[in-house]
Write a protein that binds this ligand. Structure first.
Ligand SMILES: [Zn+2]
Length: 600
């Protein structure tokens, strides 16, 4: 051992211990699992000011909505190094300002109510504790970049798993608070397995009981690994944790830095129609590891946990990820081409039937993603960053292929974003994306942006599909003997035995008749409406006028209504009648599958 080497060792050891000494300590003790309660203690070290503020985020990463998480905090107290109480006051809904006598160490203690399972924030019961730091652990803006440790006092037979590095039984360490926020902890009684694919290790943790098929899941997770590699070439992690919650009617998922939490109905692993949804979600969250977690739009980088973080590019974060979840599933042959095209057809059909597509642009919808939504607003006056975002991603992919003779695609754009903006402090802007597109194709994408991102220009789906040798099957709508299906342009739900309007088409028959969401339909032409509107409509004629009785704000009213022909229930994408070599090539390079006359 030479002297410079031993100096280096000493320095390393000193650095290691000094970083441990500086680390803030977080401890969570499950105190009353039955009532979803835990006690949290945080020791902040190196407090340098006499006024020291701690905060709890008001939203959590991956869900761009204000969740008002501090409402789950109770019994807050602050103590000094000798456990003497310190005065504090609340400055706003998520800030506790502590008056410190001798700046050094500040302890805060509080009770947290952890019962936000479906929003994937926190859930404690007798079988597990799922903890996303945003809803559980406070931070200090001044010490946001300091290292920290987390210790859980939970039943000893539980397993604790997180994307964070484990430093003991139920103990973890993080480089800083941001890493803690992006590394939820799942502690409890689990089904567990892991696989190594090349240099990467994937851990699979399932909480809850259900019809799991771990071997199938592992095989597909391995396939997704190689699909991601084909786009991004390298992996921003060595270890990745797939956390699944299998419960009653659970759904949805959230991406994190090197882990994800996916919720599914406990019977969601079988048969294929259930499993395909689960694996598409799995692919979606995995794609987010690059798109959003590695490179993010400006506006959400770095995160501000105390307020909304605005961006006109949320559609790239979510829509492009949705485009890839279906696509990677067919490229890896987890989905058949038919299954892939069924999903695309469903998206096109849903989008074409939403009046909101001509009201709001993708950029506006991205910016306003923080506003609360309901099904009527979503349908009539907004567009989904997921749905339109994924269709515009496909259109952009086609434009890039067309301009580069199929040499480049959206995959290359994402590779460039990864190369240039991975872990960038400021994130990328629309201008940056347009510049990359220009660099790839030699063409200015300002018009494309104005039309489809900033504007509401209709997407020409026939042209888009034809590029890949595909078309929407034009079925003869009515055979000679059957009448067209009729519609009043409403969605209904049964409420206390009455058919209540949840959503109406803008300018549809119900709209024109003066009805509104919340109205309850009573009778049409004097006959009771009781979950049987379609049956009544089978006996009516298109454009003829009928008398409708309904409750509006509890008052009985009567109106006239004229049904119209209903849009088809679904559409199908099939091969064009004659397909060129070029179209076949486009299809193959998009899906990695051969173009066939009929898809299986
Ligand atoms: Zn997503």
């Amino acid at each position: 051992m030479n002297s410079s080497f031993s100096i280096k060792i000493v320095l390393l050891i000193t650095f290691f211990f000094s970083s441990l000494i500086k680390a803030n300590d977080y401890t969570l003790t499950v105190t009353d699992a039955n009532h979803h309660l835990a006690e949290v203690e945080i020791i902040f070290k190196n407090v340098k000011t006499k006024s020291f503020s701690v905060k709890l985020p008001i939203w959590r990463t991956g869900r761009y909505q204000v969740l008002n998480l501090p409402s789950n905090i109770r019994n807050f107290e602050a103590l000094d190094a000798n456990n003497k109480p310190l005065q504090f006051q609340k400055d706003d809904k998520n800030t506790w300002r502590i008056m410190v006598n001798t700046p050094h160490i500040v302890k805060v203690k509080y009770q947290v109510y952890a019962n936000l399972l479906r929003s994937r924030v926190s859930h404690i019961d007798e079988t597990h504790a799922f903890l996303d730091a945003t809803g559980v652990f406070m931070y200090s803006e001044a010490q946001r970049n300091d290292p920290l440790t987390v210790k859980l006092n939970v039943p000893q037979d539980w397993r604790s798993v997180s994307g964070m590095e484990s430093i003991g039984l139920h103990q973890f360490q993080a480089e800083n608070y941001d890493q803690l926020v992006d590394s939820p902890i799942e502690s409890g009684i689990h089904t567990f397995d892991s696989i190594k694919v090349e240099e990467q290790t994937y851990e699979i943790v399932i909480w809850g009981e259900g019809n799991f098929d771990m071997e199938r899941l592992k095989k597909d997770i391995e396939k997704l690994h190689y699909q991601a590699k084909s786009i991004w070439k390298t992996f921003p992690f060595k270890r990745y944790v797939y956390m699944y919650h299998a419960g009653d009617n659970l759904r949805g998922a959230t991406e994190h830095v090197n882990s994800t939490i996916i919720q599914t109905d406990r019977m969601g692993f079988y048969p294929d129609k259930n499993y395909n949804k689960l694996i598409a979600t799995t692919a979606h969250e995995f794609v987010h590891t690059w798109n959003v977690k590695s490179y993010r739009p400006a506006g959400i980088s770095p995160y501000d946990y105390s307020k909304e973080n605005y961006s006109d590019l949320f559609w790239m974060a979510e829509g492009m990820t949705s485009f890839y979840d279906n696509l990677l599933s067919v490229r890896s042959e987890i989905f058949s081409v038919t299954e892939y095209l069924e999903n695309v057809a469903k998206d096109i059909h849903n989008f074409k039937n939403k009046p909101g597509r001509s009201v709001m642009s993708l950029a506006e919808s991205s910016f306003d993603t923080w506003l609360p939504n309901n099904s009527n607003r979503a349908h009539n006056t907004t567009v989904s960053i997921y749905l339109k975002g994924s269709l515009v991603s496909w259109l952009l992919d086609k434009e890039i292929r067309e301009l580069t003779s199929n040499k480049k695609s959206l995959d290359d754009l994402h590779y460039l974003l990864y190369k240039q903006y991975a872990n960038s402090e400021s994130g990328y802007t629309s201008h940056d994306v347009k510049q990359l597109l220009n660099q790839m194709t030699g063409v200015d994408f300002s018009d494309f942006w104005d039309n489809y991102i900033e504007g509401t220009k209709e997407i020409n789906f026939d042209e888009l599909l034809a590029f890949y040798g595909l078309q929407i099957e034009q079925k003869d709508k009515k055979d000679k003997n059957s009448k067209p299906r009729l519609s009043l342009g409403v969605n209904l739900k049964l409420n206390m035995g009455l058919s209540e309007i949840t959503r109406m088409d803008f300018d549809g028959p119900a709209w024109k008749a003066g009805l509104a969401p919340g109205d309850q339909l009573i009778a049409i032409e004097g006959y009771r409406i009781n979950n049987n509107l379609d049956k009544h409509l089978e006996n009516f004629e298109e454009a003829k006028t009928y008398e409708l009785t309904y409750f509006n704000q509890g008052q009985l009213k009567t109106t006239k209504i004229s049904p119209i022909e209903a849009p088809p229930k679904k559409i199908k994408i099939v091969a064009l009648d004659s397909v060129t070599k070029k179209q076949k090539k486009h299809f193959k390079s998009l899906t990695n599958q051969d173009h066939k006359k009929s898809f299986k």
